[in-house]
Design a protein around this ligand. Structure first.
Ligand SMILES: Cc1cc2nc3c(=O)[nH]c(=O)nc-3n(C[C@H](O)[C@H](O)[C@H](O)COP(=O)(O)OP(=O)(O)OC[C@H]3O[C@@H](n4cnc5c(N)ncnc54)[C@H](O)[C@@H]3O)c2cc1C
Length: 334
């Protein structure tokens, strides 16, 4: 059995930064993630996307932010169990917990921090004939490595931020990008929508509005998509890759069995310290909800700092916590 002070479920950006905040208070952490790699959505969904709203790190590429977070917590020597999903929390008589995974790993801890993001997230799949048949043979639900699309003919579908951002990004490296959207206007950021219209007007991409991709064709690998217009017209587009981007459907998974307050697939927390309704269990980052919640990385970082100050009392019940600034470079490890 692994023994630690704080067990963090989810090694996304927020779970990783929580290790730093715990470390400043001399609390040890062990992280568990269902994915085989750390970084959460940043590693799994958009490793190459620039992030513009991290204070002091303008335009940082997602995977670089994760590398930096790992560097920042290195001195606190966190433990990692990757590729295993937390299934069960077992409360002990003294109030501590044993956290159990699907691979029978057990972690004994004083405090549980749920930093599980979207839970077990799955892409929303549109109703397109033969979509699943071409998965891995031309159909991609995420853009993990944009380079793989270099010089390809690509069709994207969707009207949100992901569809707009990737249309703009891939326009520079693909042979041809076509964006298909069922509406006339986009749900995504107005700036990105304006840029997409600009690219279409300049002839750099093809924009097909008021239409939907309705079937895929090819022999073994994807060769074409067929697009059905609202006016019932049918167009066939030669395609190497089809990327439907209709968001992720959050699934709480085992978290919904832990007697926590849950609203709209998120864990309800107290905004004083991001604690849940169950003592010694906190929830931070995208997984939690409270009035005014914003699902942003920097909000999760803030929650981690506040939450660790509150958790201190369970790890060091005999000590009084006094707030200090981090003024020393190189905090001692344990
Ligand atoms: C395309 C896109 C672009 C974005 N751009 C920005 C941006 O520019 N700026 C910004 O601030 N935010 C952005 N976001 C949002 C940002 O990615 C999230 O706010 C952030 O990832 C939340 O971090 P997190 O650590 O809470 O959760 P996540 O990154 O979701 O990580 C949670 C981890 O928990 C794991 N997990 C879940 N359940 C279990 C379980 N039972 N057992 C073990 N592990 C589990 C998951 O596998 C996952 O790795 C973007 C999101 C998307 C999809």
């Amino acid at each position: 059995m692994i023994t630690t002070d704080i067990c963090i479920i989810g090694a996304g950006p927020v779970g990783l930064f929580a290790v730093f905040e715990a470390g400043l208070l001399k609390m040890r952490c062990h992280l568990i993630d269902a994915l085989p790699l750390v970084g959460g959505q940043l590693s799994e969904i958009y490793p190459q996307k620039p992030i513009y709203d991290i204070p002091g790190a303008p335009g940082i590429i997602a995977e670089d932010l994760i590398k930096n977070l790992l560097l920042q917590i290195e001195e606190f020597k966190p433990g990692f169990t990757l590729g295993e999903r937390v299934e069960e929390l077992d409360r002990q008589q003294d109030g501590s917990y044993i956290v159990k995974t699907n691979e029978a790993t057990e972690v004994h801890c004083q405090v549980v921090v749920i930093a599980a993001g979207l839970g077990s997230f799955e892409p929303r799949k549109p109703a397109v004939e033969r979509l699943e048949h071409f998965e891995g043979k031309g159909v991609h639900y995420m853009v993990k490595r944009p380079e793989q699309f270099r010089n390809q003919k690509i069709v994207l579908a969707g009207g949100g931020d992901s569809a707009l951002d990737w249309t703009i990004f891939l326009a520079d490296i693909a042979q041809r990008v076509t964006l298909v959207h069922r509406g006339e206007t986009f749900r995504g950021a107005p700036d990105s929508a304006a840029k997409v219209f600009e690219l279409a007007e300049a002839g750099k991409i093809d924009l097909i509005l008021q239409s939907q991709v309705n079937s895929l064709g090819g022999n073994g690998v994807l060769k074409e998509v067929s697009v059905l217009g609202n006016d019932k017209s049918l167009t066939s587009i030669p395609t190497d890759s089809f990327i439907p981007l209709f968001g992720l459907s959050p699934k709480l998974g085992p978290i919904s069995d832990w007697n926590l307050g849950v609203e709209k697939s998120a864990v309800v927390v107290d905004t004083v310290d991001y604690s849940t309704n169950v003592e010694r269990i906190y929830a931070i980052g995208d997984i939690n909800t409270y009035p005014g919640k914003l699902k942003l990385i920097l909000c999760g970082f803030h929650e981690a700092a506040i939450m660790m100050q509150s958790a201190f009392k369970y790890v060091y019940p005999d000590q009084k916590l006094s707030f200090k600034y981090t003024t020393v470079n190189g905090v001692n490890a344990f």
